[in-house]
Design a binder for this molecule. Structure first.
Ligand code: NAP
Length: 258
């Protein structure tokens, strides 16, 4: 008699939610499942993860299809960042083409403080246009280090670019400094940063998540205007808002006994 194969769960990661989910799955099922988290490879020293870690792009939709077939993946959990739109679209297409079960973890949006002076924009270029239209002179950029070229040609504006780790790449803006800080951030630490650098404007993606939420309360308290880049549209499909809910979905989906 053939022994049934152990289910193989693939988490598309790069977020705290993905790490928390890997840990929950590992604690619950131990050797009863195979668990792999996939990272894009942007972070030089990613935090430890339960299960196996694979790193680097798959090579678009065809590459991801090849991977899930070769590795006999039973379910795919897209726990990537809300702004990682390409890999989420690929996961959607792969599920459509292969019939593999797929779930997205969609981080809840931040509740905005009532006093926050916030302008919503659709992308980095629109955020740069917004800055050029205002009296912003000292800008805290918390959008990560990708696509900063949009801010390269804004005259009379100084930028403080917050990075999680030192990328050692030169910034496209001529008038900019870098600060390296890892979340979670507190209201006090965010206010201290904004006061120390005399920040008058905050630029942020609408990422959501508790670890980076304090900047909004700090900006509201200090009267710092905020330019908020809205999330890209996510593909259709099953979604939950937390790793705990994803674990419940997984148990139902694979009929796993606890
Ligand atoms: P993206 O634009 O959606 O993806 C670009 C390409 O990177 C994808 O086509 C894929 O390459 C590869 N890729 C992305 N995520 C991957 C993963 N988890 N495993 C394997 N390959 C992956 O993604 P991004 O915005 O550059 O983000 C990259 C990673 O950083 C994601 O894991 C995301 O969760 C994390 N992250 C992103 C942000 C953000 O603001 N965008 C913030 C924090 C963390 P192939 O087409 O070759 O498969």
């Amino acid at each position: 008699m053939n022994t049934p194969a152990i289910p193989h769960i693939l988490i598309l990661g790069g977020t705290a939610d993905a790490r928390a989910l890997a840990s929950l799955i590992h604690r619950k099922f131990r050797d009863g499942i195979r668990l792999t988290t996939s990272l894009a490879g942007r972070t030089k020293s990613p935090a430890g993860l339960a299960g196996v870690v694979r790193t680097g792009g798959f090579g678009g939709v065809p590459g991801l299809i090849e991977y899930v077939r070769a590795e006999d993946v039973s379910a795919l959990i897209d726990a990537t960042h809300p702004f990682a739109a390409n890999i989420s679209a690929h996961a959607h297409d792969v599920a459509e083409k292969t019939g593999i079960a797929r779930l997205m973890i969609k981080r809840p949006r931040w509740p905005l403080p009532e006093a926050l002076d916030v302008r919503r924009v659709t992308d980095m270029a629109a955020a740069a246009q917004q800055l050029a239209k205002t009296t912003s002179q000292r800008v805290l950029l918390t959008t990560g280090t990708q696509n900063l070229e949009a801010f390269a040609d804004i005259p009379d504006t100084w930028f403080l670019v917050r990075q999680i780790e030192n990328h050692e790449a030169s910034l496209p803006m001529s008038n900019a400094d870098t600060v390296i800080q890892k979340p979670p951030f507190t209201l006090e630490s965010e206010k201290a940063l904004m006061i120390e650098y005399a920040v008058d404007t905050l630029v942020t993606k609408e990422s959501g998540g508790r670890a980076t939420e304090a900047k909004l309360a700090a900006a509201a308290e200090l009267g710092i205007r905020t330019v908020m880049i809205e999330r890209p549209e996510m593909p259709a499909g099953d979604h939950v808002s937390s790793p705990e809910e994803a674990l419940v979905w997984l148990q139902g989906c694979l009929g796993l006994n606890t």
